[in-house]
Design a protein around this ligand. Structure first.
Ligand code: ADP
Ligand code: ADP
Length: 215
């Protein structure tokens, strides 16, 4: 993203959530984004994920601006290039691990069950394929969520507090998983409060009142 400013109108005033932010993630790199509550971290992740538009500036994918595309095209771009991982996993409680992982491909004619199984095996859950989320530990749920985020072979993985609900040991195993994903060429951006994550990052940047600096 280049020269990105994001303002919100509300409460009878304007909030500048991001101010002139320059940021890029390369394939294979893990970047941690830290900063106090309200500093603009979620806003930045939403813009990188093409879930929202900047007020000023550009968001680019592979050097091509995203602005001006239709909602349909943006959805396609998002689906083909971006994976999301959330603190609270966002798994469907009634579906098994395999069904959760292949869910983003449900609208495609090709059956992605085999790929979902491969991904679950890769994150060490080959023996939990048919378990539902309530039958899995926190770390296992996060690894299902990571496997799901990879089903469309994204170039970029956006993670919002990926270790937020995990104990330290489980957090380490999830971060090791994330490092392996980056080693396969994926660019990872993780918003976090957790020092554990910054220890696994190639680079840490800090947002303070919407201004981004190298930390
Ligand atoms: P963080 O994720 O670092 O806690 P956010 O990106 O959520 O920060 O918020 C940055 C600033 O933008 C805050 O002042 C917040 O109140 C404001 N903000 C975020 N989303 C909205 C919104 N939808 N409408 C109005 N203000 C918002
Ligand atoms: P952790 O120490 O990683 O949090 P847990 O102690 O929660 O792990 O779980 C240990 C094992 O028990 C895991 O392999 C998980 O699959 C299984 N398990 C946890 N909760 C349930 C449950 N409600 N039903 C079935 N199996 C469960």
């Amino acid at each position: 993203m280049a020269n990105v400013t994001k303002r919100y109108e509300g409460g009878g005033g304007t909030v500048t959530a991001l101010s002139n932010v320059e940021f890029a993630v390369a394939g294979g790199e893990v970047v941690a984004v830290v900063g106090p509550s309200g500093s603009g971290k979620s806003t930045m992740l939403n813009l990188l994920g093409l879930l929202d538009d900047p007020t000023e500036g550009r968001v680019e994918l592979h050097g091509t601006p995203v602005a001006g595309r239709s909602e349909r095209e943006r959805t396609d771009v998002r689906r083909e290039t971006i994976g999301f991982v959330f603190q609270d996993f966002h798994l469907v409680p009634t579906l098994s691990a395999v069904e959760n992982v292949r869910l983003p491909t449900a609208f495609l004619s090709e059956d992605h069950t085999d790929r979902a199984v491969d991904l679950l095996e890769r994150v060490g859950l080959g023996d939990r394929l048919d378990h539902t989320p309530d039958e899995l530990s926190g770390g296992q749920k996060q690894r299902v969520a990571i496997a799901r985020s990879l089903i469309n072979e994204p170039d970029v993985l956006l993670a919002d507090e990926p270790t937020g609900n995990l104990d330290r040991e489980t957090g380490v195993s999830v971060l090791e998983e994330i490092r392996e994903i980056a080693a396969a060429g994926v660019g990872v951006v993780a918003v976090t409060h957790d020092d554990l994550v910054t220890g696994y990052a190639d680079r840490t940047v800090e947002l303070v009142d919407g201004v981004l600096d190298d930390a």
